[in-house]
Design a protein around this ligand. Sequence first.
Ligand code: SAH
Length: 202
Amino acid sequence: MVDLQIVARLISDEPTIAAMRAVPRHEFVPADYVDQAYNDNPLPIGHGQTISQPYIVALMTQALGVAPGDKVLEIGTGSGYQAAVLAEMGVEVYTIEIIEALATAADTRLHLLGYDVATLHGDGYFGWEEHAPFDAIVVTAAPDHLPQLLVDQLAPGGRLVIPIGPIGAVQTLWRFEVGDDGEVTGENLGAVRFVPFTRSEG
Ligand code: SAH
């Protein structure tokens, strides 16, 4: 999977590549899909959600530019796969999932596999103030605008990787970086298609 889908597509960040070789992706997909776990596409994980395509996980992980010891927030735990890739890189991972059943299942799975990740059931729109600031934030569902609270929870030099665009259509993957002077700059990483970013009621 890593050689054909990731290295061949010019993902060059060695820590990202090593982490994706190490994490057992088949542990993160439902039993019916285990034989497809290493294929070049997203897969259903129940509740209308998906585990992202391996290449997209690699692209986003590389864009986060993390180093061991960094504190990283993920919005959209899903299966827990992206969180595991980050944990494998020696990062302190916090992850929020809005669907309780997925949050609980991912928390159990991550700990059984030995990944020390903090999982929260909630609406990631508000970030996780208690643990802020973060060196990097990755959002794996697509909102139609940039949630300012997430930008506010980035440390100086912090990076935010997030798909933004209309629901059910093609979105743009953005990489934002906060300069030491607090100025935010954005870079377009290309067209992607993610599940919608949903909001808790009330
Ligand atoms: N990173 C996941 C991909 C999951 S798909 C993985 O590696 O498997 C995106 C997930 O975002 C879905 O599980 C969806 O329920 C969740 N999500 C959508 N809106 C959210 C929100 N406002 N807060 C937290 N999670 C959200």
